[in-house]
Design a protein around this ligand. Structure first.
Ligand code: BTN
Length: 332
């Protein structure tokens, strides 16, 4: 497991700014504000994360121009230097599920903002007990710990905020217009690109913690998906025709989500979030099939409730669904 920390962030910032050039040990000490011993330890640890750092005896260090792993924790931590979240970032090569480790950390008192990533998940989980296939190399699997000041009945708002953060970040980074499918799928041209799953520990009137897991089909070729999914899913690499820097995607989402959740706690924050989600949600104003697990309903999705539930005009009247699977019946 690799883990970011503040000293590595300081050292890496200086080396990145002067990438390809020699940085003397003295300058590195001054700019990063750390001791010689701390620099040596940080450089060793940054190398273990995959940063190509050359030591020039008696002189200093060079961060070579060569590529480094896009999910290196210190890279994501550096990109999030202006955000209170994403400190620390932890990356595992392989893990059953990022949700599980982060929930354990939450129970041990880890503060909000901790971020866990894995290159591969062996027991990746989706909503409603489904499997989230998480093969190695190219996918993006991460979970964020938050401690939102929300009533437990409003926890769906966290999923809606995360969906908006994903779609906004993908638009900003790559100019991709995504569609939000209630409650927490991100589609591109009707195909699934990302799924979100929030799990919480609550008391009657407060949320102890929430762990929001995000899975994005990032640098995965369409041929790598199981045949039965091939017409339902897509990936960033196949949309863009090139591989992307997954670290930038994670950092974009996390900093946007931090901002959104801070706004959510302001007086009209919840209303504003529902309104913004409503403007971008492709499920609204459309014929839908709603699968609750017990029954199937059909009708016109007309609104979102203050809790983020989907309100559907059915033959039985106006029904509201707080958790369900939705199928979009007809293209708009
Ligand atoms: C869904 O669409 O069903 C939600 C999928 C959520 C998948 C992510 S990947 C990172 C985190 N770890 C998991 O085991 N699941 C979530």
């Amino acid at each position: 497991m690799h883990r970011s920390n503040a000293t590595k962030r300081a050292v890496l910032s200086v080396l990145l700014e002067r990438r390809g050039n020699l940085v003397s040990s003295g300058l590195l000490r001054t700019l990063a504000g750390v001791t010689r011993q701390a620099i040596w330890k940080s450089v060793e640890s940054l190398r273990e994360e995959g940063f190509p750092i050359l030591s020039v005896p008696q002189k200093g260090y060079i961060l070579k121009e060569a590529a480094f792993p896009d999910l290196a924790p210190s890279w994501i931590d550096f990109l999030l230097k202006d955000s209170p979240w994403g400190h620390p970032v932890l990356l595992w090569e392989s893990l059953p599920s990022t949700q599980e480790v982060l929930k354990q950390m939450a129970r041990n008192g880890t503060p909000a903002g901790a971020l866990c990533l894995a290159e591969e998940q062996t027991l990746g989980r989706g909503r409603r007990g489904r499997v989230w296939s998480s093969p190695p190399r190219g996918g993006l699997y991460f979970s964020l710990l938050s401690r939102p000041r929300l009533l437990p009945s409003k926890i769906q708002l966290l999923n809606l905020a995360a969906g908006l953060s994903v779609s906004r970040s993908l638009q900003q980074l790559f100019g991709i217009p995504c569609q939000l499918k209630w409650p927490n799928d991100i589609l591109w041209q009707g195909k699934k690109l990302c799924g979100i799953l929030s799990e919480t520990a609550c008391e009657a009137d407060r949320v102890h913690y929430a762990v929001t897991g995000i899975g994005i089909n990032a640098n995965i070729a369409l041929s790598a998906f199981p045949r039965e999914l091939s017409d339902q899913v897509t990936s960033l690499a196949s949309i863009l025709g090139r591989e992307i820097d997954r670290g930038r995607v994670v950092a974009g989402i996390i900093s946007d989500l931090h901002r959104r959740l801070a706004l959510l706690e302001t007086p009209s924050g919840e209303e504003n979030l529902i309104a913004e989600y409503g403007r971008h949600c492709h499920t609204l104003r459309r014929e839908v099939r709603v699968l609750t697990g017990e029954r199937i309903y059909e009708g016109l999705a007309v609104a979102l409730s203050a809790e983020g539930a989907l309100c559907v005009e059915t033959e039985e009247g106006l029904l509201s669904f707080s958790a369900a699977d939705v199928v979009h019946l007809r293209p708009r």
